[in-house]
Design a protein around this ligand. Structure first.
Ligand code: NAI
Ligand code: NM2
Length: 514
């Protein structure tokens, strides 16, 4: 069972507060910025952008982009909240974060519904995202009380100790594929460590993060500790350049990651970069075929394939190429695409029209370069008239692929799997690593030595053996090479939201050199 890791946690779920919004009926008038404990209109900027419901192509609200003044107000407010929050004990922070986790769990359906409306992913998946989100808050709540330094003995009874201190106002900049979850992956460790955060979601998905801000306030974080500013690149730049910002954690594309690092360099600000990928999934002939097929679907088709760590280069040992491919194609054709708020839908709509067209161009180019479309790839227009203008396509499996094709080299960020045959372990490891990215990788085999040997050789930050794309919050997540650096989740993230102070204590007299 691919989702088995979640089941013990899901059993603890309280019944969700049901939300009955139907696709095509949602609209929002409330302001989308959040500052000092409430929703506000931005103080300046004000350029309006349409926000869409991908399932129908409708505009559901307008986003007002924040200008320099608004960004400054948000950072100032966070700085003031930091003064009190950073002085609380870890146990106090733990209690507040646990309360926030509890509220998210209670409003799971409501938040998942908003996420589905604004992102286009199926409600089934959105609920899993929200579960991972509250688990993340619970996890860092648990760590908050035990953040500690070391005590080191020195000669003559002298000693030193280290303190793990917060950084100050951290900036989170998120992508549109996991709007609520990305905000939790950043804010939970940031707040647990005693920091404040100003968060800027993607302008495509501005809605659910404001709910998170409201929940933090309700749970008892000081006003201003978690502020939201809305906008695109210009707003992001104001944030990155702000002198009172201590750290930037970014999730998004490689080109933007480069710009973020350049801006951070000017202020000597530490950065966490969670960037794109083109990860390999290696299927050996001695695998459990059923698990490998399930794994390949998990690795390619969650959130319409708009997942950074997707295993989109599926290397299959030639001996089982035909059997594996046949089964993967059969299962892919059965994926129910359509209204994402329907309980039995498993693939919704892509984020917007330009992105859908970009994915289509990749498929067209793949065909021109000699790949064979084994299934899907075409636009899909559901029968339901209200979905006619939605951004749907059928999940696609490409055969006859070669390593030099664009579809195998570039991140498509859509539901497109490329199948590549291989003959030997040595060969496949070399080909798997032959990429500028290094976010994730996976291997399916029953041979445990081979499994560990292969993942040890993969140049990627997040490797899976006999599964793919599950995300226990206890495990660090992040990339190698152009996929970025720094880690989210797990104990490792603490290091990226705190700084170490060393205190050297003299118990004797000063022996001066002079
Ligand atoms: N490694 C990871 O954890 C993840 C990586 N991604 C990557 O993100 C990409 C898709 O997301 P997009 O939102 O299209 O990426 P993007 O890079 O266009 O935008 C990401 C965020 O950065 C902001 N931004 C854009 N230009 C900026 C600038 N000059 N200064 C400051 N902020 C700026 C955007 O408004 C948005 O909030 C894919 O390449 C994907 O691989 C997406 C999700 C997770
Ligand atoms: C949740 N998971 C593992 C499927 C994806 C997380 C990374 C991302 O934001 O794309």
């Amino acid at each position: 069972m691919v989702l088995a890791f979640l089941l013990p946690r899901l059993r603890r779920l309280q019944p969700g507060r049901a939300m009955s919004t139907a696709t095509g009926s949602f609209s929002l008038q409330q302001p989308l910025n959040y500052r000092d404990g409430g929703r506000v209109q931005p103080a300046d900027g004000g350029q309006a952008e349409d926000v869409y419901e991908p399932a129908t192509g409708r505009v559901i609200t307008k986003l007002l982009c924040s200008g320099e003044k608004e960004v400054d107000l948000a950072v100032r407010s966070a700085k003031a909240a930091f003064q009190t929050w950073s002085q609380t004990s870890g146990m106090e922070r733990c209690r507040v974060l646990l309360e926030a986790a509890r509220i998210i769990r209670e409003r799971r359906d409501e938040i998942a519904t908003l996420e589905t409306i604004n992102n286009g992913k199926s409600i089934f998946e959105a609920r899993v995202d929200i579960d991972i989100s509250w688990q993340c808050l619970e996890y860092y709540a648990g760590l908050a009380g035990s953040l500690a330094g070391e005590h080191i003995q020195l000669p003559g009874g002298s000693f030193g100790y280290t303190r793990r201190e917060p950084l100050g106002v951290c900036v989170g900049i998120g992508a549109w594929n996991y709007p609520f979850q990305i905000a939790c992956w950043k804010s939970a460790p940031a707040l647990a460590c005693g920091n404040a955060m100003v968060y800027k979601p993607s302008p495509f998905t501005p809605i659910s993060v404001v709910k998170l801000a409201e929940i933090f306030t309700e749970a008892g974080v000081p006003k201003g500790l978690f502020n939201v500013v809305q906008g695109g690149a210009a707003t992001g730049q104001f944030l990155c350049h702000h002198p009172d910002v201590a750290k930037i954690s970014f999730t998004g594309s490689v080109p933007t990651g480069v710009k973020i690092m350049e801006m951070a360099a000017k202020g000597i600000k530490p950065v966490t970069l969670e960037l794109g990928g083109k990860s390999p999934l290696i299927i050996f002939s001695d695998c459990s075929l059923e698990n490998a097929v399930n794994g390949a679907l998990m690795a390619n088709f969650l959130t319409q394939g708009e997942v950074c760590c997707n295993g989109t280069r599926v290397f299959v040992e030639r001996k089982i190429l035909d059997t594996f491919t046949k089964e993967v194609v059969k299962r892919t054709q059965k994926i129910k695409v359509g209204d994402p708020l329907q309980e039995d839908t498993r693939m919704g709509a892509l984020i917007n029209r330009p992105h859908l067209e970009r994915v289509q161009r990749f498929i067209q180019q793949a065909k021109e370069q000699g790949a064979q479309v084994l299934c899907g790839g075409d636009l899909y227009v559901p029968d339901d008239p209200k979905l006619k203008n939605g951004f749907y396509m059928k999940p696609c499996v490409l055969g006859n692929c070669r390593d030099d094709m664009m579809c195998v080299q570039e991140e498509i960020f859509g539901p497109v799997m490329s199948i590549l045959p291989f003959d030997t372990e040595e060969e496949v490891v070399e080909r798997a690593n032959n990429t500028k990215f290094g976010l994730a990788g996976g291997v399916f085999t029953r041979d445990i030595q081979k499994a560990h040997r292969v993942v040890a050789a993969l140049k990627a930050g997040m490797c899976f053996i006999n599964n793919y794309n599950i995300s226990p919050v206890e495990l660090p997540f992040g990339g190698y090479k152009s996929s970025g650096f720094g880690r989210e989740n797990g104990r490792a993230a603490i290091e990226y939201y705190s700084q170490l102070k060393t205190v050297c204590v003299e118990m004797g007299d000063v022996e001066s050199v002079f």
